[in-house]
Design a binder for this molecule. Structure first.
Ligand SMILES: [Zn+2]
Ligand SMILES: [Zn+2]
Length: 324
C-alpha cells in the first residue's frame, strides 16, 4: 500500500471520530433515560406518566436519529457534466499558459450555462481540481475533494458536506436535536432537583440522571445557537459561506443576491408542500445548479439602482442573459 494511500485511509477513518462520539453520547442518553430513569428509578411511580414520558421521548428520538442519519448519508450533489469543458476547449485550456486567454475560453463556455456569479476579480469560477465551471453557490470542499452544489459548510459532526442535497436535513437535525435535549431537560428536571435536595435515595441511577441533565442542557444551548443562526440564514437565503463572503454578480458583490423574500426563501429549502417540512424527506426546490436571483435579467445600470433600494425590489428571473 502506498504511504499516501495509507495516510488518506487513516485520515478518512479519523474523520469519523466526531460522529462516533456523538453516537456514543446519543446511545448513552437513550440508556440513561429509558433504563435508568424510566425503569430503575422508583420515583416514577405512576405507570401512566412513565408511558407518556417514553412515548414523547421516542417520538423525538426517532425524528432526531432519522434526520441525523439523512444528513450523514446524503451524498453531496456535484455539478453535472454540462459544467465540464467540452473536450476541444479543455485541450485548449490546458495547453494555454496565459491566464487571460484561459479566461476567454471559460467565458465562451460559460455563456451557454446558467452561471451568473464570478470571482472577486470578475473571472469565471473554475475548479482546476474537478475541472468544471462552478455553478452559482457551488464551492470546492477540500475534505470531500469535490465541488459541492450550494455548499454551506463541511460539518465534522456529520462527516459530510452540508449543501444542496442535505441542507434541509441538517436544519431538521438541529431542530430535533434541540427538541430532544429540551424533552430530556424538561422531564429530568424534577428528578434532578429531588436528587440534589436528597429527597430521593442514592442509587446507581443518580449519577446517570444528574449527568444526563447537565449534558442535555449543554447540548441544548449549543444546538439552539447554531439552529437560530441557520434559521436566520434560511430566511435570508444565504449559505454560511455567503454570509462570510457575499456572492459576486456582474454588478458586484450582493449578499442579498439570492434572496426572494422570507416566504420564498423558506420554500426554496423546505419545498412548497408544508406537510413535508417536518420530515427529513428531500423537498428542496430546484436542481442545485441554478438559482433564482433578483437582479440578473435587468440592465447593469438599472441593477445598481435596485441594489441601492435595500433589496426590497424583487425581480423575476427568467432567461437572464443580458448581464453576461
Ligand atoms: Zn472542485
Ligand atoms: Zn465536504
Amino acid at each position: 500500500m502506498a504511504p499516501s494511500h495509507a495516510f488518506r485511509c487513516c485520515k478518512r477513518a479519523l474523520n469519523w471520530t466526531p460522529v462516533l462520539f456523538i453516537n456514543l453520547v446519543i446511545g448513552w442518553s437513550y440508556y440513561a433515560y429509558v433504563v435508568e430513569l424510566c425503569v430503575y428509578t422508583d420515583s416514577i411511580c405512576c405507570v401512566f406518566s412513565t408511558v407518556s414520558y417514553l412515548v414523547v421521548f421516542h417520538l423525538f428520538f426517532a425524528m432526531f436519529i432519522w434526520s441525523y442519519w439523512k444528513t450523514i448519508w446524503s451524498k453531496p450533489a456535484k455539478p453535472s457534466v454540462a459544467f465540464a469543458l467540452p473536450s476541444a476547449e479543455k485541450e485548449l485550456y490546458e495547453r494555454e499558459q496565459r491566464a487571460e486567454v484561459q479566461q476567454e475560453i471559460l467565458k465562451k463556455v460559460a455563456r451557454s450555462l446558467p452561471v451568473y456569479t464570478r470571482t472577486a476579480g470578475g473571472a469565471v469560477r473554475y475548479c482546476d481540481f474537478c475541472q468544471v465551471i462552478k455553478p452559482d453557490r457551488c464551492h470546492h470542499c477540500s475534505t470531500c475533494e469535490m465541488c459541492v452544489l450550494k455548499m454551506d459548510h463541511h460539518c465534522p459532526w456529520v462527516n459530510n458536506c452540508v449543501g444542496f442535497s442535505n441542507y434541509k436535513f441538517f436544519v431538521l437535525f438541529l431542530t430535533y436535536a434541540a427538541l430532544y435535549c429540551a424533552v430530556i431537560c424538561a422531564t429530568v428536571m424534577q428528578y434532578f432537583i429531588k436528587f440534589w435536595t436528597k429527597q430521593l435515595h442514592d442509587s446507581h441511577a443518580k449519577f446517570h440522571i444528574l449527568f444526563l441533565f447537565f449534558v442535555a442542557a449543554l447540548f441544548f444551548i449549543s444546538v439552539v445557537s447554531l439552529l437560530g443562526y441557520h434559521l436566520w440564514l434560511v430566511g435570508k437565503n444565504r449559505t454560511t459561506i455567503e454570509a462570510f463572503r457575499a456572492p459576486v454578480f456582474p454588478n458586484g458583490p450582493d449578499k442579498n443576491g439570492f434572496s426572494l423574500g422570507f416566504r420564498r426563501n423558506v420554500v426554496e429549502v423546505f419545498g412548497d408542500q408544508a406537510k413535508y417540512w417536518i420530515c427529513p424527506i428531500f423537498s428542496s426546490q430546484g436542481d442545485g445548479h441554478s438559482f433564482v436571483t433578483r437582479l440578473v435579467h435587468i440592465d447593469p445600470e438599472q441593477a445598481n439602482t435596485v441594489l441601492q433600494q435595500n433589496g426590497k425590489m424583487l425581480v423575476s428571473f427568467f432567461f437572464p442573459t443580458m448581464l453576461k
